[in-house]
Design a binder for this molecule. Structure first.
Ligand SMILES: Cc1cc2nc3c(=O)[nH]c(=O)nc-3n(C[C@H](O)[C@H](O)[C@H](O)COP(=O)(O)O)c2cc1C
Length: 352
């Protein structure tokens, strides 16, 4: 049984990754329905929380059906992070996660997110301060290191454990890699198999099929896997992996009706939580992913991103079901539409 503090997570938990503008309550609801064992909010600025920035506060919304749930914060200042930890604690999540992996320039270059990977003593000091400031179990999400020459995660893991974190998630890339190349799980495995390490180690990066999840578990011995992009528009990934791990067989792929039903739930939750205008606008980025694999879907997609009421959108979705009812989906690795490649070099819009 994997445990973070007193939170029991089963034999091999699958975690939903924190993703800015994606891992909000509506998206988390459909991931929870489909097997996510532990979920995180998108990252929240510690400075924003302290200033009472409305957008940051709104991100603290969590619901009982989501438990266990972690709130993720970022920042590069000890006092702000500690204060933010206390604000987070007051909202009663199950745990608090610190983001030490975000490579976005405006975050990393201020010494927060992955920026901290350049200054390990500071990373340890900030972590210790947060652990001291809250009664919540504190977890960390980070990368292998700053760059190819400084992949110091083995040392970092020991030092963070020593100051009291309760679990560590490692994304198998460096900061300078951003999202380029493949995630390298070798060092994640080394951290997990270090006899000094007692806390759960979760691996993260590029897992998008049940086969990959099984292979990563067998080869690297991690305590669980965190999944990000593969869940976008495809929250079934969690139950698919679980079923495959248990039986060696694939679950049948979701039918078009199931895809549309989940998409509708996501949409309705969006409208309920954000209001109709914003809920509908922010949902537009998800249709492509829910409808992936359907041929000649462009016209419907166009309608979905131009309709302005819930009823109109549901109507279009119903037409999709009618037209594609007999469609047989093929098993394929999800493509990562959420990667803004043109911005990679500047570091804008790329994350943890
Ligand atoms: C759109 C997007 C937003 C992200 N936002 C965050 C974030 O707020 N906090 C964080 O720690 N990581 C963030 N990440 C990184 C993911 O949590 C994860 O580490 C990364 O996507 C690799 O996992 P994957 O290959 O399963 O997607 C984000 C990634 C994406 C694609």
């Amino acid at each position: 049984m994997v445990k973070i503090g007193n939170i029991e997570l089963g034999e091999f938990p699958l975690l939903l990754a924190p993703m800015e503008d994606v891992s909000d309550p509506p998206f988390r609801a459909v991931c929870k329905d489909n097997g996510a064992d532990l979920m995180y909010t998108e990252f929240i600025s510690s400075e924003g929380l302290i200033r009472d920035a409305i957008k940051s506060r709104k991100k603290l919304d969590i619901f009982d059906y989501e438990r266990p749930i972690g709130i993720q914060i970022f920042g590069g200042d000890e006092e702000s992070l500690s204060l933010a930890a206390q604000i987070v604690e007051a909202t009663n999540p199950d745990l608090l996660d610190i983001n030490f992996g975000c490579p976005v320039k405006k975050v990393a270059c201020k010494g927060a997110g992955a920026g901290i990977l350049k200054d390990i003593p500071k990373m340890v000091k900030l972590t210790a301060a947060v652990v001291k400031a809250t009664k919540l179990p504190v977890t960390i999400k980070t990368r292998l290191g700053w760059d190819e020459e400084t992949k110091n995660i083995e040392d970092v893991a020991e030092r963070l454990q020593d100051v009291g974190i309760k679990a560590l998630t490692i994304h198998g890339r460096t900061r300078t890699q951003m999202y380029k190349g493949n995630a390298d799980w070798t060092l994640i495995g080394k951290v997990k198999n270090n006899p000094r390490i007692q806390i759960p180690i979760f691996g993260n990066g590029d897992i998008c099929t049940p086969e990959q999840a099984v292979a990563a578990r067998a080869k690297y011995g991690v305590d669980g896997i965190m999944i990000g992009r593969a869940a976008i528009g495809y929250p079934w990934i969690f139950n698919e992996i679980k079923h495959f791990m248990k039986t060696g067989e694939h679950l049948p792929l979701p039918t078009v009706l199931e895809r549309v039903e989940v998409c509708k739930k996501h949409l309705r939750q969006s409208v309920a939580w954000k209001g109709e205008v914003v809920g509908i606008l922010e949902m537009r980025r998800h249709y492509t992913n829910y409808l992936k694999g359907l041929p000649h879907i462009k016209d419907y997609r166009q309608q979905l991103v131009t309709c302005n009421t819930l009823a109109e959108i549901e109507d279009v979705l119903d037409k999709v079901v009618l037209q594609y009812n007999d469609h047989i989906f093929e098993r394929s690795a999800p493509a990562y539409d959420f990667l803004p490649s043109s911005n990679e070099m500047t570091g804008c819009n790329v994350y943890g």
